[in-house]
Design a protein around this ligand. Structure first.
Ligand SMILES: *Cc1c(COP(=O)(O)O)cnc(C)c1O
Length: 414
């Protein structure tokens, strides 16, 4: 890979060669960060070249990615998700400029597809035919789907609280699914033991430095969709921290390669009931403290984050804003995304928007700002919380009088 110079440890700074099977730092076990030769990238690609490319999806950014190519196996189409100008929401919130990046429209319905597509390619490069991961749900379903398309097999460990929609996806994609009766922390530990024992390719996002490189394509896309004019803020929900770190890395790559001339600030959103990263970020310390996992937003219910260093650096470097939201605020955001923008988000998918709403209400950010809010997962994954947010439908006997009665009772005037 001529564009990649190596993998640098986020803890001790040691640089190793970026090989297909590279995971953590051989010196200290720290998480690695893939580094690029931006002069090389600049010499191979301009933003005008990029705009001429026809291929939709994440692989159009090949020069920014740690792969030689993507081989001959079939691939799901990951990325290329829409960026909507959300004028209904702008009006409702009194915000000057708001875009919604709907990454719930990826093939398995979450942003995690970007990481899993990368994992599958790297596993093939490493000569592996079996991939494993532990996940709060979406990493798993995206891995299972992307692997199924390419003809690889998967072992998946999820906490037993994972919503049914996500478990159904796993089974449908033919994964061997292990529900672990315990927290995400317990699930992660047992998956790591099994991966060691059987030598599977490891898709655990915080251990595998390539996954974040897949996730960063969401930012490359946002930039391209905005004609490389950066917004003031990008709001995103945070669990392990790989997504926020990837989002930041994507913008930084573009900046280093001269594609953009300023960087947005991150709005880092966690749930009040589980916010170890935001708590540390707000105190400007790297010393995060584990928390319980008390939120209905299962995808960000991460009490022991796996990628705190990269996440905290991303928030700090971007002069980021941290916002913690209640479950009620998340349900509200799901409702307004649906009603004002036609976007259906799962709770963690709407959390970024909930954080934006709160940041506006509390004056943390200015009403005349421009903001991109990333919806990270689709609402169909977690229908019971969607119903909780949106309420039950009218229910009647098939009779016009009953319909009139029901409308009357609800104050509906057709
Ligand atoms: C995984 C996930 C997140 C958070 O990503 P992390 O890398 O764990 O911080 C947010 N929203 C959804 C829908 C997710 O699946």
């Amino acid at each position: 890979m001529k564009n990649v110079t190596g993998a640098r440890c986020t803890l001790c700074g040691h640089v190793t060669e970026a090989l297909p099977g590279t995971t953590v730092c051989p010196e200290c076990g720290g998480i690695l960060d893939i580094e690029y030769d931006y002069d090389y990238i600049r010499s191979k690609l301009t933003k005008y070249d990029l705009m001429d490319r026809e291929e939709p999806g994440m692989w159009r950014y090949m020069e920014f990615l740690p792969v030689e190519g993507i081989g001959n196996r079939p691939r799901l189409r990951v990325g290329g998700s829409p960026l909507y100008r959300a004028s209904g929401l702008e009006k409702k919130l009194g915000l000057k400029t708001l875009y919604i990046k709907d990454d719930g429209l990826n093939p398995t319905a979450s942003l995690k597809d970007r990481a899993s597509a990368m994992a599958v390619v790297k596993a093939e490069e490493a000569g592996k035919t079996t991939i494993a991961c532990s996940s709060t749900g979406n990493a798993a379903s995206s891995l299972a789907g992307n692997a199924a398309c390419a003809g690889l097999s998967t072992y998946i460990f999820v906490p037993s609280r994972a919503p049914k929609g996500k478990v159904a996806q796993l089974l449908m994609f033919g994964a061997t699914v292990v529900l672990v009766e315990g927290s995400y922390e317990d699930t992660f530990r047992i998956s790591a033991e099994a991966i060691d024992r059987w030598g599977w390719y490891n898709r655990n996002a915080a251990i595998n430095p390539y996954l974040m490189e897949g996730k960063k394509t969401v930012s490359l896309e946002i930039a391209e969709q905005l004609g490389f004019k950066m917004p003031d803020y990008v709001a995103v929900s945070v669990g392990d921290g790989c997504t926020v770190a990837g989002v930041w890395k994507g913008f930084k790559d573009l900046y280093e390669a001269g594609f953009i001339d300023r960087l947005p600030r991150i709005i880092s959103v966690q749930a009040e009931g589980c916010c170890p990263i935001n708590t540390a970020a707000a105190a400007h310390t790297m010393n995060w403290v584990p928390q319980e996992e008390n939120t209905l937003a299962d995808s960000i219910a991460v009490g022991v984050p796996r990628n705190p260093v990269k996440a905290l650096r991303a928030i700090e470097e971007s002069h980021g804003v941290t916002v913690n939201v209640s479950d009620e605020e998340i349900l509200d955001a799901m409702r307004i995304l649906g009603r004002e923008a036609g976007v259906f988000a799962e709770p963690a998918g709407a959390a970024g928007t909930a954080g934006l709403v709160k940041a506006l209400d509390t004056g943390l950010i200015e009403k005349d700002a421009s903001v991109v809010s990333i919806v990270t997962g689709n609402g169909l994954k977690d229908v019971s919380n969607a119903i909780r947010a949106a309420g039950e439908p009218l229910s009647i006997a098939p009779d016009m009088d009953k319909l009139l009665e029901a409308f009357e009772k609800k104050g509906i005037k057709p």
